[in-house]
Design a protein around this ligand. Sequence first.
Ligand code: ADP
Ligand code: MG
Length: 860
Amino acid sequence: MKGKTPRRLPPKKASNSQKDPVGVYCRVRPLGAEDEECCIEVISNTTIQLHAPDGLKANRNGEFKETQYSFKKVFGIKTTQGELFEDVAKPLVEDIIHCKNGLLFTYGVTGSGKTHTMTGSPGQGGLLPRSLDMIFNSIGPYQAKRYVFKPDDKNGMEVQNQVDALLDRQKRDSQTTVPKTPTTRRIDPEFADMISPEEACKADGVDEDSSYSVFVSYIEIYNNYIYDLLEETPIDPIKPKPPQSKILREDQNHNMYVAGCTEVEVKSTEEAFEVFWRGQKKRRIANTQLNRESSRSHSVFIIKLAQAPLDADGDNVLQDKNQVNVSQLCLVDLAGSERTSRTRAEGSRLREAGNINQSLMTLRTCIEVLRENQMCGTNKMVPYRDSKVTHLFKNYFDGEGKVRMVVCVNPKADDYEETLLVMRFAEMTQEVEVARPVDRPICVCERTFMLHSHKMCKSPTVLNQLLQSFPPLPPCEISGPNDDVTLPRLIEALEKRHKIRQMMIEEYNKTANMLKSVLQEQDSNLLSKENFIQEQRGKLGEKDKMLQNQKNEIDRLEKKSKMLEYKIDILQKTTNIYEEDKRSLQHELESREQRLQREMSEKRRMEARMQGIVTDSKLKWEKECERRVNAKQLEMQNKLWVKDEKLKQLKAIVTEGKTENRQPQRPSREKDKVPAKRSASPSPVPVRLTDIFQPVFNATGPPVRPLHRRSHSAGGERWVDHKPNTNVDLDTVLQPNLPNAIKVNAPSEKALSKCDKYVLTHQEVASDGEIQTKLIKGEVFKTRGGGQAVQFTDIETLKQENPVAASRKRRSSETGPDGEPKEGDWTDVETRCSVAVEMRAGSNLGPGYQHHGYPKRRKP
Ligand code: ADP
Ligand code: MG
């Protein structure tokens, strides 16, 4: 659909696939002079042959071919206007009466007889007056009163009511000088006797139930401008006003029309002629005034036929615009088709001529494109809009009506070349097919019914009339046997009556049949409508059901939605509660974590402290163990020494038994001592202590009671201060002070030999876990064997105490204000035992005193 909008497609085209070629007729006019050279020969009633004139033949070396052209029909020089009309225009007039459009144009060079064919002359009326005449002959009795139909300004037709129409008529009568009665008409001599009464023809099948009206327009297209030739403008012969051009518009049915063009309602052929001649006159005046040649312009005469059904009474036109049908017949007298060169025009004339030919060229191009589209199945845009003529008639080529063309030719030699072109165009045009216009039904159903009903109503009166027209019966009395008048008269009258009766029966049957058929039609209509209604009801029911279902569904969904909303609400609340819980739990968790953190750090601190304590006690116990092992070793050595000594004594006794006189006392003394010492062994504690604190420094000889004590000369006693390496330094305030002491960490004979006093600093862990330091004191004796022996005489106990923990013990060990323990206060079992042992071992010394040293409080 390139270049052609779908909107512009006439709807009727689609509904009708039947097409007819454009009807192209050829009319050959007689030569102007009989001795003129003739180039056209009519071969048959459809074919002509062109003969090249002699001069042209000579120019072309005699090679010029003779060509034949065929047409729908060829009309020779002798053809009358009536004959032409019969074949060419009559079908178009019939069409217009049957609501179909028609387009008829004459084509040819100037002087070929176009105007003669279209308009004609007095006595030789052309297609236009004949068409008008035929129309009026056909619709004459069915014409509507003037102004019942009224053209709107959009190419449509309205129906005025009686009153308005009457008012319009009165207005017209008062304004116009036209004589009221057609009988007194003045016929212009120019168009008088155009059609002789015997030539009058009439269309068949005119709808008697319709009302008709004819409107005519007359336009001229000059230099591609449209002028309204019927426009009522005061003509000023002195200073003529140039006519205003009109524009083309498209109506709602996509038909083109000249906007604002005058449409004159005409009621008779004469009146129509009058209007036409008025236009012609105007055209002639304008051409003269504007120095134009009428052959350069296209003239278009449009006959519009409006028809509408009568109302039920059959008196008035049905007041319904939709029931009005308008058909039109366009009669176009085209400008001369000759080329510009032939016109010998100059200046502005040349331009005009060019334009004239331009519009014909456009017509040619349109026809070419139409033919190409139809033959090749292409869809090229037809350039209708390129000129006013083609634009105005484009609907006809799109299938809006029949198109006919009369090609006029002048057989004279001068026209030969132009005629050739005309022939070619004609040939081409014939190949173009135009969709056959469909019958436009006027809403028959209702109208027919109404009119038939109306007729039905009217029928009784017809019958009554017939009844009334019954001839009265003549007197039946026979006057005598010779009365041969009465009976025949009666017979005649009865026969007449019988005839009328037959007629009545016929009429009745006809009417009955008609009514029957109408009723049947109505019945079927009603049935179909009922079916339709039933169908629609069914659909409605379905829709209702659907609606109900949807409503139910909506209800259900609403309920569901409400429920869900409720659930959401509950869940929201629950969520809130849980969140609250979560928050509090988190709080708790945080505080617990903090506590845990604190406890953990506490624990770590404790662990570190415990670690310290464990390390300390481990160290302490290791030392203790070492000391005990040492002590045990010493004890074992001591035991060994005791055994050795006993063995030695036994040996001495054995040897002394031989020298008894020499030393009788001493062995006994020794004897006394040994058993005493032996008897001490059963008690474990004293033995242990004795064993521990009786070290023997000279393994070579037994400990003997020294014969004398070392003299405590000038510096007093001299001490061996034995402090084993394993001992721990005590941080006590009171430290034993031994001047002149020889400090050793292992007992040595050398040190003992120089001193007379011995002190061992011994440390052990007491039952309460505190370190107890004991100062074990003894006296050094020289043994007989030349060695040194120590006799333990005293044990001083130094005990560090926690003042709180030791408060109990303090009570039992009374101390003086100077911190020195009181003599004779025996609180320590070990010390007592030790002393007991020493005494049993033969010492005469008093018991040693106990020293309680309070150590500085330990740091935690
Ligand atoms: P066109 O309109 O094509 O220019 P016209 O119709 O004016 O030509 O014709 C020119 C002249 O020829 C007129 O005088 C006309 O009477 C005459 N003429 C044309 N056709 C015929 C015809 N078929 N029979 C007799 N005269 C004719
Ligand atoms: Mg003409």
